[in-house]
Design a protein around this ligand. Sequence first.
Ligand SMILES: NC(=O)C1=CN([C@@H]2O[C@H](COP(=O)(O)OP(=O)(O)OC[C@H]3O[C@@H](n4cnc5c(N)ncnc54)[C@H](OP(=O)(O)O)[C@@H]3O)[C@@H](O)[C@H]2O)C=CC1
Ligand SMILES: O=C(O)C1=N[C@H](C(=O)O)C[C@H](O)C1
Length: 252
Amino acid sequence: MGRRVVALASEDKTLQLVAAIENDQHPLLGQDAGDLAGVETMDVPLSSKWPNDADVVIDFSLPEAIDRCIEKCELHETALVVATTGMTDAQVERLNEASESIPIVWAPSMSLAVNLSMKLAQQITEKLLDVPGGLDIEIIERHHRYKADAPSGTALKFGDLIAEKLGDDTKHVHGREGHTGQRTRNEIGYHAVRVGDNPGEHTIVFGMLGERIELNVAASSRDCYAAGALAAAKWLSDKPEGMYDMFDVLEM
Ligand SMILES: NC(=O)C1=CN([C@@H]2O[C@H](COP(=O)(O)OP(=O)(O)OC[C@H]3O[C@@H](n4cnc5c(N)ncnc54)[C@H](OP(=O)(O)O)[C@@H]3O)[C@@H](O)[C@H]2O)C=CC1
Ligand SMILES: O=C(O)C1=N[C@H](C(=O)O)C[C@H](O)C1
């Protein structure tokens, strides 16, 4: 994702890349970020040193890297866009704490289509809540074989937003195996598929007796996330401290 953020930023004259940060063991440290991204040379070497002149930091990394990122953004009073998924509850708490002093956009998907689909999923759930025979909701996500966390952060957010409409007793069930017994009414099922180079696809199945709706949103490249993150960074640059998400950025 870092490479695509750099590549799209290089095409936008309103943005200036001041740093490209990696861990201190990375074999490509010192090489130019633009060269690595396959665009023009940008005179920004890949580095593990934190910049002190950034307006906004965009984080697509790993949960292991997020603590340092939060700490440095607080120290330098830098706005922060967090796209990384798979954070622990303690890290989410830490992020919320940091939002008391710096502006943060945090979203498991920076994609316009995904965020719009989240709103649609909530609307569909609301409309079908009392459908005769009952409603079963399952979330199937598909991603590339390299993905480190499951289910995706996006699938979990779809589930949380749907659960807001279903009610407090919603159970989140991850996969099924063995003698599971009949499906209960108040559960959301999650299924994570890992195949090839899939850049991300989510299908929300709303199953009823006699018919079903499948809401499918699929990326055809990872640029939807990179473009969303850059839009979030621009939007955030003049905002006061606080926790924001892509619904705020996209005014949904
Ligand atoms: N919100 C959204 O729209 C999207 C979110 N994501 C999320 O973004 C994250 C990154 O995804 P992706 O780019 O595919 O994953 P990658 O594993 O390709 O990239 C993660 C990068 O972070 C680097 N890294 C590891 N440790 C540190 C550290 N301590 N400091 C700085 N950098 C570090 C890794 O380096 P190394 O190679 O050395 O490990 C690697 O280059 C994932 O959590 C993914 O789920 C992805 C796409 C969209
Ligand atoms: O790792 C990925 O690739 C993606 N991760 C995010 C997630 O976990 O939801 C967003 C997107 O689906 C791509």
